[in-house]
Structure formats: C-alpha cells, structure tokens
Design a protein around this ligand. Sequence first.
Ligand SMILES: Nc1ncnc2c1ncn2[C@@H]1O[C@H](COP(=O)(O)OP(=O)(O)OP(=O)(O)O)[C@@H](O)[C@H]1O
Length: 623
Amino acid sequence: MANRKKAGLTDKLLAAKWGIRLAWKIDRKMFLLWTVLSMGLAVLPAIALAYNRDIIANLSGFISTGAGSFSALVPDIVMLGIILMVSGLSTRLNDDFLYMTMFDSYYLGLEEEMMDSAQRIDLSELVKKEVKDEYFAAISRCGSLTDLMSSGCSLLARMASIISLMIVALITSKIIFIMTVFYILVVIYLNSAFSNKARVAWQEMREMLRKADYFEKLAQNGDPAKETRIFNSSEWVKTKWDEAYDTIEKTQVERSYGIAQITFFSKVGFYVFMVLMMVYALFQVAGGTMTPDVLLMIFLLCTSIAEAVATIPKSYQHLDYGLYGLDIQRRFFENTQAVDPKEESRKADTPLDSEVCFEVRNLSFAYKADRPVLNDLNFQIKRGETVALVGSNGCGKTTLIKILLGLYAPTEGEVKFMGRRYSEYRKDFVMDRIGTFFQDFYLFHLTLGENVGMGNVKEIGNEPMIMSAIERGGAAKVLQKLKQGLNHRLGKQVHKDGAMLSGGEGQRVAVSRTHMSDKEVMIFDEPASMLDPIAEMEQFFHIKQKLGGRTSILVSHRIGFARLADRILVLDGGRIVEDGAHEELMAKGGVYANFFQEQAQWYDLSEDRKDERGVRDEEPARA
Ligand SMILES: Nc1ncnc2c1ncn2[C@@H]1O[C@H](COP(=O)(O)OP(=O)(O)OP(=O)(O)O)[C@@H](O)[C@H]1O
C-alpha cells in the first residue's frame, strides 16, 4: 500500500478526475441535472445585462427624442423581469443547497463503494496497521465526493457567470475587461495561497481529531473506562482530550478566519475595482466618448461580477477540502483493486507436493527494518504431523503462524505450502485448506449457532455439524448455560438481551468455530490461554483427539501440552533453538527441558485439584 504524501496539483487533478468518474457511476442523473442547470442559470445575469443595455438604450432614445412607442418595449421589459427573477433565484443555488441535494446520492454512494473496496482488500494487507489506518482515513471522509460535486458545480457556475459577464465587459469596453481580468486573478491567487496553508493545517488537525476521538471514547467504553476509574485517572485522560481538542478548535477557527479574511479582502478589492471603473467611465462620459446608458451598464456589470466572485472563496475551500479527501480515497481504491481474473486463472489451484505441508527455508522476518522478529528459520512440517510451537511471550510464534498462512511475506528466505510459494496459488487456495484459531479471536454479536457456523458458512444451518464442533471446541457447557441454546444471542451490540460470556467461555466458542471449519490443516494459536492450566491441558487434549491425523500446529507459551505433539519446535529470540519429540528434547536437557521443569510445578499444584474438576481418566497425565 502506497504511503500518503502531500497532495500536489497533479494529485488534485487525478483526484478530481477520479471523483467525477465515480459521481457519474453513482448517480449520473444527479450529475447531469446539476451541472447543466447550474451552468445554465449562471449565464442569466449576463443575458439580463445585455437585455438591460438594449432596453436602457431604447428607453433613453424614446425619452430624449420621443421616437418609437413605449408599448414596443413592454415585451422586452417583461422578459427582463423574468430573467432577473430567475437569475436572482439562481444565486440561491450555492454550495450548501447543492450539498444538501446531493448528500443522499454521493455520500451514501461513496460509503457503499468504500465498504465494497474493504471486502476486496487482501487479508494479508488488512492485518497491517498502516492499511487499517488508510482505510479509517478514507472512510471517515465520505463527504468528499459531495464536497467535490456541490462546490465543483457551484464553482463552474460562478466561472460560467464570470466568463459570460466578461464577454459583456469586452463588448462594452476593453479597459474594463482588462481591469476585470486583473481583479479576478487577484482573488484566485488569494484563495489558492490560503488553501495550501489550510491543507497543511488540516493534516495536523486530522491527527488531533483521531487523538481526541480516542480519548473521548475512553470515557464511554466499558473496559477502558473501568481502567481509568480504578486508577482514578479519568481527569488526566480528560486533559489529554482537552489538549487535542484545543488544537482542533484553533485550526478550525484559523480556517474560518482565513476564509473571512479572503472574503473581506476580495470585497475591499472589489470596491477599489468598482471606484476605478466608475471614475474611468465618468471621465469618458464627461469627455463625450461614453453615453450615460453605458455608465449605468458598467455599474450593473461591476455588481454582477462582484456577486459571482464573492462566493468563490467558500466554494474553492470546499472543493480543495473535497479533493484532499478524494485523494486519500483514490489511492486507497487503486491499491485495493479486485484480482485480475486473467492473472488469477493462470495461477495454480492444485498442490505440487502431497508429502510436505510447510517448507521453511532461511526465513527471516522484520516488522521494522532494523528489528528482526524471526531469524534464519529452517524446518519442514510433513503432512499428518502434529507440531507444537513453543516459546516465551514475544518470541515470534504468532508472527510465524501468520507467515505460514501467507498473511505476511518473509523479509528474507522462502516459505512453501504444499510445494509452491503462496503467490503461485489462486486467491483462496491457502485459506480453503487451513483452519486457524487466533488468540485475538472475535465473537460476533450474533447467535451462538451463527458464531460457530461461520467457520463453514455453507453449513451455517447444519445443526448436527455445529453441535459436533461445539463438543470438539469444549463449549458444550456454554451451550447448556444459554437458555435459547444455539439460538441464544451473544454480545449486546445488536441485541440488548444478548449473553455476555467470560473470556474462557468465549475462547471455547471461537475454538469451536475453527473445528467447524474442518480443514485439512489446522492451526491453534493459544486456544486455551484464558483457561487455567488444567482446563488448558483438557482443551489441547480434546483438540489433539479430534484432529484425526490431520496436519496441525498447536501454539502456546505454556509448555505442558507440547508432549501431545509428534514434534516440538522451540522458538527463542526469533530462532528455532530445538526441534524434536518430547522425550528427545527432555533427554537433551536444553531450553525445552528447562522450560518444562520450570512450568511443571504449576501442573503438580493443579494435579491436587484433579478430582474437584472431574477430569476424566483418559486425559493425559500431567507433569
Ligand atoms: N504488527 C506488528 N508490528 C510491529 N511489531 C509487532 C507486530 N506484531 C508483533 N510485533 C512484535 O513482534 C514480536 C513477536 O510477536 P508475536 O506476537 O509473534 O509473539 P508471540 O511469541 O506470539 O507472543 P505471545 O506468546 O505473547 O503471543 C514482539 O516483540 C511484538 O512486539
């Protein structure tokens, strides 16, 4: 995913092009209606002026010479009234009105597009923090398209109005035309200088918005609120929110102040411009080179131009703000394009090696260039093998699992799944073959049955299959506890009467979901970390029993379970320091053996509680 950089003119143009295409795709009727209507209405002041000039010339001729008839002028006067009325109404067609009219189509349309694009993001991308940040930044600016279209239409209308008025100015007097051009250029320069300044301030403000939002929610969300109250730190958290909010307020005030300043200077500029024009015109009238009707015409021309120019600062800022958001969204969309079907069809959908499941050669991995997490790993996992991956907290177990799933690519070295590199397979090949439980599992605020059934969505209505997965995941007691059984809802976000499970209960439900997936390779990363050591052993024992000879990787930093595996990989400081069966490693008296002896005391203590817990005889002996 490309890093976001400060948007230059090319980025703005690309964002505008992309936004216009998207608006056309989302609602072309709205697009056509408002671009045509606003441009059409915008030229009315110029038409009115042209009419005005004719009428004034005819009227002054009629008054001074008495030639012709007044009734002949009536249709023109009526027509002028109509044009002025419609033209007056057209000035109400400003950014705010257009924004309201377009909101439903473009805001919701863009939001929908964003949600679709999130579905397309590869999971290996979505697990990266910077990608999540990009997505958050993109989705939080869904008003950008409405900003572009409303202020764009409004600006186009102003431009059409100014150009048509300038044509009238050119016909009336070249000097006036030149002065008008100069005045407009000054206004455009002022706006562009300010918008660049405002854009930088906005980037800083966005960081602060995120910070303020985070600290604001701390007080509302149960878990963090509990922490802050227990430690009596709510007031301190509030000062953090205050600090962030002060910056936001300051930036917003500066922005409004900047727009007001530009509007003010544009108006002052206008009065100077008007006085200059009128003085020039009066001299011309005094010298007999200009008639009074032209003088009146120039006055009206000036006021019409000023009116058109006065709304430019606001529209320009809205447009710039919209382009800023669209630039973020465009980059995000372009980086999350759907897989190319042609390229996809050339990829493999069959394994190359039926004996070796994972092959890891010289694998190194670093989240940040200078801090390697895994160093030069070499191992194979054969089909049908049960491997325990053990090591202390932070030694890289979960990272290695993510690499084995193809979620992260190695920084160095090579990983193959069933004989091929991950990039050689079609999109879903790997995920269709590996069922995984991650320690940071998520329970959906849906029914118990749906939570488990999601492991294999095609079978989500298959009750016997779900019941079997629940039994294998050790969640039978959770099911018994819930009054509505499989139909009982979990969590309170969607249904206020949903059940709240304990950490251990939730973990059992999530493990059941992985069993439901029933893939040919199964990976369990800390499936019992929320259970006590005895229950943890039970959980691993159940998992091992139910795997039925499939390739599997069991991960834990508590080591007692490892002897259930055919083979143990010991990770220490990002390296595989030992690799072998339990007895072999115990006999070696190395890292594993030491680790095992240290933790054995726990299991001895827990042994005393065996009867109390009703542990069955067939369960493994504890150390
Ligand atoms: N997304 C990430 N970005 C940067 N560093 C990370 C990220 N995820 C993990 N790390 C770092 O990588 C190292 C290994 O983390 P990992 O989660 O793989 O360890 P682990 O052995 O699974 O730990 P535990 O037993 O506590 O689950 C840690 O030092 C951790 O801080």
